[in-house]
Design a protein around this ligand. Structure first.
Ligand SMILES: *Cc1c(COP(=O)(O)O)cnc(C)c1O
Length: 412
């Protein structure tokens, strides 16, 4: 969404206020062109013979987004059997889906085997059980390289105390299990966190993976995970993808020579592909002045977009109805019955009751983390594609809230 001649629009023509008129508020809107350009940017950054971009669909699981990425040539990264099923339903071939569970039951892993997808195992005890049950099924190993990375403690997953991955220090044990059970290792993987700024972190992790990879002669790919940082405001810092492409690409090619053949180079970005393609719109119900603060209270809250409250994430907030208004300082809050603050002391063009505000970077981990807390309906989602808007999810209704509730006769 861009500001053109004092008016916000998508793809040069669509007015977000018209979208609100049609689909109501609050509303999630995603720009397919932006997802496409991010995908293409990542692909162009690497010149290796076999680059595989798997979209980490937990960022945004609408089936149309999955299909768009499949059309672009992406595979899928999934973390639950339900995401696997949604991926298959979206048309991904089982071979193009990687399933990376953590602390799930063997039953769930067996379902992934039944679905025929690629499986990433992050625990030696599960690997042993898996090897006994499915001696011929190839697996990928999630290695924890123990490097510190990630924007905050909830999303840093590669450190020494992390529950993710098989510690690189357990490599000798790991090799023993693999050899004893005759397990075919087709991939090795790391994912050390989200919001990694420094491409050096990827290179340090890569060196550790390369050393481990030499112990497994049947590899098909090496998966460097994700964690690319995107800019959260104008001129905000982001991972330098082009630099990463040059450095890691060259190092990877050299490694493949040492290994003896070409391997697939895999990444599994979520945020990078969809974060800034999304905008969340909400209406200002009240403007409330207290002795210290001017609050703008929205028809939304942490039930629809929890990242500011959960991660202290920053989302740029703009006034779509009054972009030319005189800037004033506001604290933007939700309507949930606890503190749910979207932004503190933000400079925003004058806000009037009824105005529509936009929150940027609402593509990743926003709708997918939405809930029905306070018995509110989750919003509708719209996709903009080739200058046209498509409703890709209806706003919920009271029926949706009550659908799975069972009224027992004694209270009826
Ligand atoms: C969440 C996750 C990703 C995606 O991370 P982003 O920061 O959104 O790019 C990739 N791989 C795994 C295993 C994940 O859990």
């Amino acid at each position: 969404m861009e500001l053109q001649n004092g008016q916000y629009c998508f793809q040069g023509s669509l007015n977000p206020l018209d979208l609100i008129e049609t689909y109501g508020s609050p509303l999630y809107v995603y720009d397919a062109a932006r997802i496409t350009s991010q995908y293409n940017r990542l692909v162009s950054a690497f010149s290796v013979p076999d680059l595989r971009i798997h979209y980490a669909c937990k960022a945004l699981t609408n089936i149309n987004i999955l299909r768009l990425l499949r059309q672009l040539g992406a595979g899928l990264d999934t973390v639950s059997i339900q995401e696997v099923w949604i991926g298959l339903k979206s048309g991904f071939a089982p071979n193009d889906i990687l399933y990376t569970p953590n602390c799930v039951s063997m039953e769930e892993i067996n379902m992934a085997v039944e679905a025929g997808v690629r499986i990433n195992i992050d625990n030696i005890s599960i690997l042993e059980q898996f090897g006994h049950l499915h001696p011929d099924y190839p697996v990928c190993l999630r290695i924890n390289p123990h490097i510190n990375a990630g924007g905050n403690s909830k999303i840093s997953v590669g450190h020494i105390d992390s529950k993710f991955g098989i510690s690189i220090h357990q490599l000798p044990h790991l090799i023993k299990v693999v050899e004893t059970l005759g397990i075919r290792i087709e991939g090795i993987h790391m994912h050390t966190g989200s919001d990694i700024l420094d491409s050096d972190v990827f290179l340090r992790g890569a060196e550790i993976l390369f050393q481990a990879a030499l112990h497994f002669p049947d590899l098909d790919y090496i998966d460097f995970g994700s964690g690319f940082k995107v800019a959260y405001y104008e001129n905000g810092v982001e991972t330098d993808i082009e630099e990463l492409g040059r450095n890691l690409g060259a190092r990877f090619q050299a490694f493949c020579k040492e290994y003896g053949r070409d391997l697939g180079l895999m990444f599994e970005p979520g945020k990078f592909l969809v974060s800034d393609a999304g905008v969340f719109f909400a209406r200002v119900n009240v403007v409330k002045t207290t002795p210290s603060t001017v609050f703008a209270g929205l028809d939304s809250g942490l039930n629809h977009l929890i990242r500011p409250m959960f991660y202290e994430a920053y989302h740029e907030i703009e006034n779509v109805t009054n972009p030319g208004g005189k800037p004033r300082i506001y604290t933007v809050v939700g309507y949930i019955c606890e503190t749910d603050t979207f932004g503190v002391n933000r400079k925003i063009p004058e806000i009037r009751e009824g105005d529509i505000l936009a929150m940027r970077n609402a593509g990743a981990y926003c709708f997918s983390m939405a809930s029905n807390y306070n018995s509110r309906f989750r919003p509708a989602e719209v996709l903009i594609h080739d200058g046209k808007d498509y409703l890709i999810r209806e706003r919920e209704t009271l029926e949706d809230l009550l659908k799975k509730q069972i009224e027992i006769p004694i209270f009826a």
